[in-house]
Design a protein around this ligand. Sequence first.
Ligand SMILES: [Zn+2]
Length: 123
Amino acid sequence: MQINTKYNLGDIVYPIWKSEINEKLTCCACAGTGKVILLDNNVYKCPNCNGHVVYNVAGFRWEPRIECIMVDNVFVSTSSELDENYIMYQSISSEYYYENECFSDRKSAQLECDKRNKEQNAD
Ligand SMILES: [Zn+2]
């Protein structure tokens, strides 16, 4: 059996990932000020948001990772039940990326993100 991978050990690749889109929520108890005035007229930290801005995950979007990685390990899984080989690359810092999420340059990574985000928004 011969399995060809898109990249080899030591190659520099530009991974992409699905990042969260966070929306800032306005606290209903303090209107986003983080403080409330109680019956004694003293100002207290809002018990609802604990004085912090609250975020809600509103969705996801594909983005190129800021850092490129050097391929340190290649993992291949193959099975008669899979339509194609399952290939992952591991960076020196032990992050894993699927082969279809790795690109040879930043421009290609950005183009793929734009394509995936457009397809995702079309659903
Ligand atoms: Zn609050």
